[in-house]
Design a protein around this ligand. Structure first.
Ligand SMILES: [Zn+2]
Length: 312
């Protein structure tokens, strides 16, 4: 998501979604297959800046507290033998460095060089970059498509994928513009997880009206990739859906009791691809059980959802 998008959408969407907010009885999410705990719900004022859970001994998920940001983005730390990789740094003001260093030390890999990359350049995913500025043996990848292509050796953006070898663990970097020009997904063969950023997650999939085709083309390339790479789970940048199918939290809702699980099964790729394939003459705001398509005009003046991409 972007701050600009929020400014555009907040007033209108808060109105249209307020009916969902009046339901107090939160449905509990089913047990997670990946995580021991439910994610902190933003209700405890003393909850830590990051809620950290491990998937395995070398794969960690950090969620920025809802107390700090209603975006409550998820960050991912993958450890190899030669390098560690941090995917995203959180929303503005985030300081994930101490948490990353703590996890490296606890894993017996305190001196490991670190690569900091981003699923895309929106502020809620690059907001903690500054905390790594003076960290030794650390590279912070830039935010433009050119920066990302250059670092990962992608000559033909977005038709070619890049790779990064962490030492005994290789990740693939898949250009997936649509939500944002520099958007990538990251596939980790070791866990068979696709880190899908803001392109696929249990929430509002935002895109500017005229980016629907670019977004769909990106999903098509990921579907091709999935033909030869087993994807067990997709882990994205946020959770905005409720456990109750098709229901979402309001735009800037900061307590998330009864939210949807973070992880989506590999089949979600097909579900989102099908949703885009079902777009007719123009994209409309459309809820699905586990996500919502949220096309919006670059300039929303005089237009309103769900038909605000309708040609004049
Ligand atoms: Zn985001």
């Amino acid at each position: 998501m972007t701050r600009l998008t929020h400014i555009f959408l907040s007033a209108i969407l808060l109105g249209s979604l307020s009916a969902c907010e009046t339901r107090d009885a939160a449905i509990a999410a089913p047990p997670s297959s990946l995580f021991a705990q439910a994610w902190n719900a933003g209700i405890d004022p003393d909850e830590p800046a990051f809620h950290v859970q491990e998937i395995d001994a070398t794969t960690f998920v950090l969620r920025q507290s809802l107390q700090a940001s209603f975006e409550a983005p998820f960050l991912y730390l993958l450890l190899g033998e030669d390098k560690a990789l941090l995917i995203d740094t959180g929303a503005e003001g985030a300081d994930p460095r101490a948490e990353v260093d703590r996890l490296l030390a606890a894993s017996g890999r305190a001196g490991l060089p670190l690569v900091v990359m981003h699923t895309h350049g929106h502020g809620d995913h690059v907001g903690g970059d500054a905390s790594f500025a003076d960290r030794p043996d650390t590279i912070v990848v830039g935010h433009t498509a050119e920066d990302v292509a250059g670092f990962f050796g992608i000559d033909l953006w977005p038709d070619e994928n890049g790779t990064l070898d962490l030492g005994g663990r290789k990740v693939d970097v898949l250009p997936t513009p649509g939500h944002h020009a520099s958007h990538v997904m990251v596939y980790d063969a070791a866990t068979r997880i696709l880190f899908s950023g803001d392109a696929i997650y249990p929430g509002r999939l935002y895109f500017v009206c005229d980016k629907a085709e670019e977004y769909a083309a990106s999903l098509g390339r990921v579907a091709d990739f999935a033909q030869t790479h087993q994807i067990d789970w997709l882990l994205g940048g946020h959770v905005e859906m409720k456990a109750e199918a098709g229901q979402s939290f309001g735009q800037q809702h900061k307590s998330r009791r009864g939210e949807h699980l973070l992880e989506l099964p590999g089949s979600a790729l097909g579900d989102v691809t099908a949703a885009f394939a079902g777009i007719g003459d123009y994209p409309r705001v459309t809820p699905f059980p586990e996500f919502m398509l949220l096309p919006h005009p670059a300039d929303p003046t005089g237009k309103s959802p769900p038909d605000w991409c309708k040609p004049a």
